[in-house]
Design a protein around this ligand. Structure first.
Ligand code: NAD
Ligand code: DAU
Length: 352
């Protein structure tokens, strides 16, 4: 049983949900979490601020870059880390198209730094779980789904950097026998997502009566997974996954983007009332220029994790989307924090 779990990127969207779930809802986990995050635009320490008071012996936050070898070595040693769960990454495809440098640095070089530190502590660290994406497999045609055996064919600087990091993790298992696991997951949605990804951005734009930009024809398909289901899958793999194995994680919920955005618009009309003049929010949908290299369709075959580890998604898309929209309606303060320059100033003052 792991006692000191180092989580990288724990102040981001999935990391926050994972840490909350482990401390608040997972009786099997009785250890301590050491959350290391450098707090880029996507990381918000306030999302977890209450945990420091509620779990003073079980939650620690350290502001550091995973690429900073000395800082990461100090964190691993000071807290006698025996397991690592690696979320930290630059995660947004559009940003990677405009400026890929940080993606190469954090996703590839940063992961390599962690692996080298892990190699030097192989007797102490019993498990390294690497969180990855289905985007490493490239784009599907109208049928079929990605399995763990699908060859890698990444199409964006983001997915290429994640593919490189997966290969490094795999190679450190094959070459040095390090106890790693990898998961490749489909699109997540839910609370605490920075408003740049499709669902979080569309909820806020629709609420505020702003245009809802649909790339291309809006018929690209994604396989949506509620973030709480993803968090539970990661814990399941950490606790019971087989060393050296890769697990696909998905929601079995394939939907074209246009349908997702129409659902958001309709639910918001009901929850927040129509726009001035009684205008339905669907009218805000605006077709814009397509994303370069835009993958047409993703779908995950998650039979392995279902059969071998007994994990299954619990949330349906309709209920998960409703919960997510209500969360954004109820957490305007969080939204303003992550959007405002004032908040970045707060980070500098508190964490240097
Ligand atoms: P996110 O962008 O919301 O959060 C990333 C976090 O990592 C932030 O808190 C950021 O401050 C931190 N970070 C970035 N660079 C760092 C560095 N150099 N050192 C330390 N911390 C750093 O991302 P997310 O959506 O929570 O994704 C988490 C992981 O899951 C990523 O590895 C991503 O590739 C993967 N993933 C995401 C999805 C999804 O739909 N969001 C799906 C599959 C896989
Ligand atoms: O599949 C897993 C991946 O899902 C993760 O690895 C990534 O970290 C995560 O960002 C996500 O990548 P996508 O590129 O699929 O997500 P995004 O929310 O950016 O876009 C989802 C779809 O919606 C995609 O087809 C592009 C489209 N889109 C997106 C935005 C932001 C639009 O049409 N308009 C938009 O404004």
């Amino acid at each position: 049983m792991m006692k000191n779990l180092l989580v990288t990127g724990g102040c981001g969207f999935i990391g926050v949900n994972f840490i909350r779930q482990l401390l608040e809802e997972t009786p099997d986990f009785t250890g301590r979490i050491i959350n290391v995050d450098v707090l880029t635009y996507a990381g918000n320490p306030l999302s977890l601020a209450d945990l420091e008071a509620r779990f003073p012996d079980r939650y620690v936050f350290i502001k550091a870059d995973i690429g900073d070898r000395a800082a990461m070595a100090a964190a691993l040693d000071a807290y006698r880390v025996d397991a690592v769960c690696h979320f930290a990454a630059e995660s947004h495809v559009d940003r990677s198209i405009v400026r890929p440098d940080a993606f190469i640095q954090t996703n590839i070089v940063g992961t390599h730094v962690l692996l080298e530190l892990f190699r030097a502590r192989r007797e102490k660290i019993r498990r390294f779980h690497h969180i990855s994406t289905d985007e490493v497999f490239g784009s599907l045609g109208p049928s079929g789904a990605f399995t763990e055996e699908t060859p890698y064919a990444p199409n964006s600087p983001y997915s290429a950097s994640k593919a490189a990091s997966d290969h490094l993790v795999r190679a450190y298992h094959a070459t040095y026998g390090l106890p790693v696991t990898i998961s490749n997951c489909s699109n997540n949605y839910g609370p605490y997502q920075f408003p740049e990804k499709l669902i979080s951005l569309m909820i806020l734009n629709a609420l505020e009566g702003k245009p809802l930009p649909m790339y291309g024809d809006g018929l690209n398909v994604r396989d949506w997974l509620y973030v709480g289901d993803h968090a539970r899958a990661i814990w399941t793999i950490l606790a019971r996954g087989v060393e050296g194995r890769t697990y696909n994680v998905g929601g079995r919920t394939e939907l074209p983007n246009l349908e997702v955005v129409r659902m958001i618009a309709d639910q918001l009309d009901q929850l927040a009332g129509p726009l001035p003049g009684g205008r339905p929010r669907r009218e805000l949908i605006t077709f814009v220029k397509d994303r370069p290299g835009h993958d047409r369709r993703y779908a995950i075959d998650c039979t392995r994790i279902e059969r071998e580890l007994g994990w299954r998604p619990r949330e349906s898309f309709a209920t998960g989307l409703n919960r997510t929209i209500r969360w954004y309606l109820d957490h305007r303060e969080w939204v303003e924090q992550v959007r405002s320059g004032e908040y970045q100033q707060w980070i500098r003052e508190h964490y240097g």
